[in-house]
Design a protein around this ligand. Structure first.
Ligand code: NAP
Ligand code: GDD
Length: 324
């Protein structure tokens, strides 16, 4: 096993922040690739109280020299590649950027690992969006892929390049095919957080309605804090492999809304307005993952049910919105 130093790309995102906290709690030295932004990107690290406990290294996923320097400076033995343009909706508006950042840049990170420390263990943030137009009712590691967005297609490239570098160069490279996972640190554009933020605003009299797209879509939603443990477990295995990480339950956006509104004594039907502006050019109607392999080989299973997750997000947004 290499030294307990980890490098996280996407450390300022939802998963990056939870993963950094998990690794710090396990005694790791945590380094993060930090892309320059003109606005504050560190709020999640502050929220978890770890802003001062991570070392941020300047770099961008599209810039291989910067990733090589991040690998050298961190001397990381574990690399978690979480950075991406991760919002599916934006991927139709910015397909080339999404291809570059979410797809091709995975190879930048793989090359940086291969060049600087080929013994380092590598985690790739793959996604259930690769299943897209689902080919089996319950998706597992052997289900054929059929991506339905530029994001899904870019992720599929990154996924196969991770497999390819494992098979071609013997890298300890694993791909986690994670289904949707949420938290109070979720970006506001994703549907769960959009809903829980709106519920708080409506309850506190700061907003009247919530405009949504396809509320009949179904997702297998879990808690991000649970899912980052699976990432870590994958890199602790002797053999690198790919794993589906999911709860094994699926719920409509409509029912998720009902949970959120009911938590503050409201009915979603009184406030949700369907707005075709939020429909997607191609929809992923339903996702449902099988966590069987993760349970058998990693001993991992989701601990947080949807009700606990969504009501906890509403509570966090009630606090945030009341302080606005
Ligand atoms: P997120 O909150 O959107 O975080 C994305 C991260 O990538 C941010 O830290 C962002 O930095 C960084 N980033 C974007 N472009 C970059 C660039 N050019 N160079 C360097 N960093 C860049 O995403 P998340 O929910 O934490 O998800 C983490 C990963 O898992 C992503 O790859 C996502 O596609 C994948 N995934 C997520 C889910 C889910 O349900 N959350 C499920 C499956 C897979 P800034 O903060 O500076 O923008
Ligand atoms: N964002 C959003 N906003 N989604 C809406 C809305 C809305 O107003 N109304 C309905 N939806 C539906 C979307 O059409 C989709 O079917 C579902 O809600 C979930 O949308 P998102 O929360 O944006 O997530 P996603 O499933 O597209 O993608 C997320 O999960 C993937 C894993 O399956 C992202 O985190 C991806 O990065 C991740 O790979």
């Amino acid at each position: 096993m290499q030294s307990r130093k980890a490098l996280i790309t996407g450390i300022t995102g939802q998963d990056g922040a939870y993963l950094a906290k998990l690794l710090i709690d396990k005694g790791y030295e945590v380094y993060g690739v930090h892309a320059r932004r003109s606005t504050d990107a560190l709020w999640r690290l502050r929220y978890l109280g770890i802003e001062k406990e991570v070392t941020l290294l300047g770099g961008d996923m599209t810039d291989l020299p910067s990733l090589l320097r991040c690998m050298e400076k961190s001397a990381a033995g574990e690399v978690y590649n979480l950075a991406a343009q991760s919002f599916v909706g934006t991927s139709w508006e910015q397909p080339i950027l999404t291809a570059n950042v979410t797809g091709v840049s995975v190879v930048n990170m793989l090359e940086a690992v291969r060049t600087v420390n080929p013994k380092a263990r590598f985690y790739q943030a793959s996604t259930s969006e690769m299943f897209g137009l689902i080919q089996e009712a319950m998706q597992s590691e052997t289900t054929p892929f059929y991506p339905r967005s530029p994001y899904g297609a870019a992720k599929l490239y990154g996924h196969w390049m991770t497999v390819n570098y494992r098979e071609s160069f013997g890298l300890h490279a694993s791909s986690g095919i994670l289904f949707n996972h949420e938290s109070p640190l979720r970006g506001i554009e994703f549907v769960t957080r959009k809903v829980t933020d709106a519920v708080a605003r409506i309850k506190l009299g700061k907003q009247k309605e919530l405009r949504l797209g396809n509320i009949d879509a179904k997702r297998d939603w879990g808690f991000a804090g649970d899912y980052v443990e699976a990432m870590w477990l994958m890199l602790q295995q002797d053999m690198a492999e790919d794993y589906v990480i999911a709860t094994g339950r699926t719920t409509t956006v409509r029912d998720m809304c009902a949970i959120a509104f009911a938590h503050v004594g409201l009915a979603y039907q009184d406030h949700v307005v369907i707005d075709p502006a939020f429909y997607r050019p191609a929809e992923v109607d339903v996702l449902l993952g099988s966590p069987a392999k993760a349970k058998a080989k990693l001993g991992w299973e989701a601990k947080t049910d949807l009700n606990t997750l969504i009501t906890g997000m509403v509570d966090a947004d009630m606090v945030r919105v009341s302080q606005d």
